[in-house]
Design a binder for this molecule. Sequence first.
Ligand code: OAD
Length: 234
Amino acid sequence: MTDKKLKLVVSTGAGISAESGISTFRDADGLWENYPVMEVASADGFRRNPALVHQFYNARRADLGTKKPNAAHLLLKELEKYYDVQVITQNVDDLHERAGSSNILHLHGELTKVRALDDEFKTFKVDYATATTPDTVMDGHHVRPHIVFFQEAVPNFEPATALAAEADIFVIIGTSLVVYPAAALLHYVRKGTPIYYIDPNPSTIPEGVTLIRKKATEGMAELARILIEKATEK
Ligand code: OAD
């Protein structure tokens, strides 16, 4: 293929990692049913009890070390043969990275990093077994999870909107579309751009979107066939 590849922008949420064994947030038995969200994942919660917040994300990080990317993550990498693929993820796991995707933008942070409390741009890579506390010091800085807490701004949202606006095809996988601003990304897609949404149990079906009501692995297998056919039919 000598033609320039079309730009495929993919917005993923917790549902893409569900079949890897990582809990989603709002499904039955999801994380927010078992943990008080405003205690473990908000800016106020962190001020009140930082040790609890460190503990929560230490446990998520340790759990992540035992998980692997699934066929949906791997198919997104495979699609790079046919498309200029850009992943925008709300997930804090690293399963897109481990599947080999080349272009990944994290909207809500990353479990495998912590950052300086006094400098939001100073991040430190940590391994899955690392457990931090409010007393942990790295390179002279106290650190916090590199996670966007509720009540905090989402610094990567603006670059994400620019990417969405460049999409020739936009795909949404496994997000309830209830957390803003991430849920608004699809509104930045140019008019007339095809939008596919893979989710077995969507809370809302935005207008004009083609729903594939399947789990991520099955839905991606179906969509990859469609997209590869589209890319190779010329
Ligand atoms: P949610 O837990 O809100 O939604 C998960 C979505 O995945 C639901 O729509 C499910 O139907 C769908 N789902 C479940 N199993 C699936 C599967 N096997 N394949 C495909 N889809 C499946 O998770 P998010 O929308 O990602 O933020 O949540 C958004 C944000 O809320 C998270 O990034 C997190 C959370 O609070 C922060 O903590 C900052």
